[in-house]
Design a protein around this ligand. Structure first.
Ligand SMILES: Nc1ncnc2c1ncn2[C@@H]1O[C@H](COP(=O)(O)OP(=O)(O)O)[C@@H](O)[C@H]1O
Ligand SMILES: [Mg+2]
Length: 423
């Protein structure tokens, strides 16, 4: 069986790595992939853009691809799944249709769905006019959260401590064309990511994970795509996971279905657990999280392709319970100097083999292989994942392996997991 993975991040490297552990999978093709997927055995990079739907569809026909797994949100929001279904009736696609991807591509659309289905989420209003948005903020007061309604690659949200800050955020979103905006009640608490897979009828949660969004230690500084993550997050106890499934995931899948949306893929709930212990939805994503996937997949025992096929073939209800390795996993991300601002590319990366000899797995993200040299090619360069019987053991393993890796200007947070353990 051949599987095509769309994307070029650490998430896609982890997906390809996990898929290739199965005997059933002869080959994984990554579009466009990165330096890590270029080097993996039975894996091949296909240098097409993720929005080259025609090229991707043609490849799946000619090469007889069985399954396509779409990593990033942008091609999903542009309708890659719909296009493939129309142009290759034989291929199965894991990832929602354009309509379903609205759950991530429009925060307000997701809000309306949640409000209709009675899913707990902070109050919000949507504005197409900057002056009206500012008036609303002044009436509400701070703290308050300003969000771009549409996709903004993680750069669309300001948690404003003051009304002034909120006004500046509104102005800048309207100026940069990221309007309409959503203004939302500010919650406090701890965040947890619960990714689930669904076939449009049944939903099965994966292990809960906790991401570290900020660039600086102690969760300070600018927001990033994610600097590290661990799973399972002890915050999400079995009792809380049960509530999340009953009160959030199942009603969401049901609400999607009632809207006539056939959603087969990942439903990722970004949750705030309030001080009272109640889960509330901050946002939904329509795909695997990055870096959450790099910590979750190494713990997955169930063959990944079987789980994904059960979703695409709508037989998740009969699928056996998902099984997990005991213990914990942590992924620490190494970024280029300057990230999330501007940074250089093309630095030589060394030490990955040594890191892996220590038992860690290195998932590459912003890398490319050029004349057999591995070079940096993005802001988040790679992630080092280690597993252990305890989270402390996993953390120690990841940092020991990280010590082996070098590239000029390499930066990583040394406190991943600090909310659970004082590292
Ligand atoms: N209502 C809210 N109250 C408090 N913090 C929030 C709220 N909404 C978002 N945040 C913070 O902002 C971050 C980004 O918001 P999110 O809705 O996940 O957007 P995106 O991931 O698209 O940037 C969240 O991870 C959370 O830390
Ligand atoms: Mg988010």
């Amino acid at each position: 069986m051949k599987v095509l993975v769309v994307g070029n991040g650490g998430r896609e490297h982890a997906l390809a790595w996990k898929l290739l552990q199965s005997q059933r999978i002869r080959q994984v093709i990554c579009v466009p992939g990165n330096g890590g997927t270029a080097r993996m055995e039975n894996c091949q990079n296909l240098p097409l853009r993720v929005d080259d739907f025609e090229g991707i569809a043609r490849f799946t026909v000619v090469q007889n691809v069985t399954l396509v797994v779409v990593g990033p949100e942008v091609p999903l929001a542009l309708g890659l799944t719909d296009y493939l279904q129309q142009h290759n009736p034989n291929v199965m696609v894991f990832g929602p249709t354009q309509e379903g991807a609205q759950i991530e591509a429009s925060k307000y659309w997701a809000k309306s769905l949640m409000q209709q289905a009675g899913i707990p989420t902070p109050r919000c209003e949507r504005f197409t006019d900057a002056a009206a948005a500012t008036d609303y903020v002044m009436a509400q007061g701070a703290p308050i959260v300003v969000k771009a309604d549409g996709l903004a690659a993680g750069k669309g949200v300001t948690v404003a401590a003051t009304v002034e800050e909120a006004k500046t955020a509104i102005e800048s979103l309207f100026k940069s064309g990221l309007s309409p905006v959503v203004i939302e009640e500010c919650l406090t608490g701890q965040e947890v990511s619960v990714l689930a897979v669904t076939d449009g009828l049944t939903v099965r949660p994966l292990l809960p994970a906790q991401d570290h969004k900020r660039i600086g230690e102690g969760d300070t500084g600018e927001n990033t795509g994610g600097m590290g993550v661990y799973a399972p997050a002890p915050l999400a106890t079995p009792a809380l996971m049960e509530r999340i499934e009953q009160e959030i995931l199942q009603p969401t899948v049901e609400a999607l279905r009632q809207r006539g949306i056939d959603y087969r893929g990942v439903l990722y709930a970004g949750l705030m657990i309030t001080p009272e212990g109640d889960p509330m939805v901050l946002e939904f994503n329509c795909r695997f999280g990055d870096p959450e996937t790099q910590a979750i997949l190494p713990l997955l025992e169930t063959p990944l392709e079987e789980l994904l096929l059960a979703c695409t073939q709508q037989r998740l209800e009969q699928f056996p319970p998902i099984t997990w390795k005991q213990g914990a996993a942590v992924c620490v991300v190494a970024a280029a100097q300057g990230y999330p601002g501007s940074y250089q590319k093309g630095q030589l990366i060394t030490g990955i083999e040594q890191a892996e000899q220590l038992g860690a797995t290195v998932f590459q993200a912003g890398t490319q292989l050029k004349q057999q040299q591995l070079l940096t090619d993005g802001g988040r360069v790679l992630g080092v994942t280690a597993t252990g019987e305890t989270l402390a053991e996993a953390i120690a393993g990841a940092y020991a392996a990280m010590d082996c890796i070098q590239f000029e200007g390499m930066y990583y947070r040394k406190d991943i997991g600090h909310r659970v353990i004082n590292v």
